[in-house]
Design a binder for this molecule. Structure first.
Ligand SMILES: [Zn+2]
Length: 301
């Protein structure tokens, strides 16, 4: 008997998944802000080693949660779309829609759905990559260097001139230090949050390639995506055979890749809205689209 994809449930899972990934990036940002808040602006340079350790550890912890969440999400969507369970990390014999929903609810900290406990047929293959711990640590260190250490260097080089300058009063100096700390916070959390969510995004992207049951993916955006992400989301499905290009996330981006296993998938209404917007735009350069998108979304709110 042919399985009917459970479209409404899938869309609920997609929405909960996107929010949960965004929340993981948010938790990371909060931890980074906390680590920074414990240091005075003039002590930052002397505390770089401790700050880097805290930064890298916070990324690792949240990226691990992102990875586990993505595996639970992938397995659930696949089962809802095809009626079959895939193996890999966290797989338990006798898995059912009920147990997969329970795993997903636990990973998201929500009660998004439930299902029957009837065991589903299993594809024993494990398409999920092992977590790329070394690569992730290297990227976290690089990100820390660009977003934090380099900024601190520049700031310290400017300090003597600023402090020696009669043109700057105390209030201006304080504002200068504050702006500096703010830039460490924003830069570090945007780029670090990207690495956190990449823990899950990379797992899904790699699993797709290795799973004969997967046919492609689409982009689920957050509530107010940038013009680039809106364009990608509006394009709909990216089929495996046509493109295996990288997902193209960026700092402060909370878009997620949603795997597709059946031609009878349904896009979230946001994606359709972006597609309609693109049609009305009528084509043109990326810069033109950027202007059109920002005016259209601004007049909407
Ligand atoms: Zn995005």
């Amino acid at each position: 008997m042919a399985w009917t994809p459970r479209t409404a449930e899938i869309l609920r899972a997609v929405a909960a998944y996107q929010l949960a990934q965004e929340a993981l990036a948010g938790e990371f940002s909060a931890r980074w802000a906390e680590a920074l808040a414990a240091v005075e602006a003039r002590e930052v340079a002397a505390s770089l080693t401790e700050l880097e350790a805290a930064y890298v550890a916070a990324i690792r912890e949240s990226a691990a949660a992102s990875y586990a969440l993505s595996v639970a999400f992938y397995r659930l969507v696949r089962a809802l779309e095809t009626g079959r369970v895939i193996g890999g990390p966290g797989y338990r014999p006798g898995a059912s829609l009920g147990s997969l929903w329970a795993d997903f609810n636990r990973a998201t900290g929500t009660r998004t759905g439930s299902g029957p406990t009837t065991p589903l047929p299993v594809d024993t293959r494990n398409p999920f990559p092992a977590e790329a711990l070394e690569r992730e640590a290297r990227r976290a260190e690089e990100t820390f260097r660009h977003q934090v250490a380099d900024r601190v260097d520049r700031h310290e080089r400017e300090r003597p001139a600023r402090e020696g300058s009669a043109a700057l009063d105390d209030a201006e100096l304080i504002a200068w230090e504050k702006e500096f700390l703010e830039s460490l916070k924003t830069g570090g959390s945007g780029a670090g949050g990207m690495l956190v969510q990449d823990g899950g995004r990379d797992a899904i992207h790699t699993a797709l390639q290795d799973d004969p049951g997967a046919i492609g993916y689409y982009r689920a955006t957050d509530a107010s995506p940038c013009y680039f992400c809106a364009l990608m989301a509006g394009r709909g499905a990216v089929y495996k055979s046509r493109s295996t290009a990288a997902f193209g996330a960026h700092p402060h981006c909370h878009c997620q890749a949603v795997p597709i296993f059946s031609r009878r998938y349904q896009l979230p209404s946001e994606n359709d809205a972006f597609a309609r917007m693109w049609k009305r735009f009528g084509g043109g350069s990326l810069a033109d689209w950027r202007t059109y998108y920002s005016t259209t979304t601004k007049t909407k709110t």
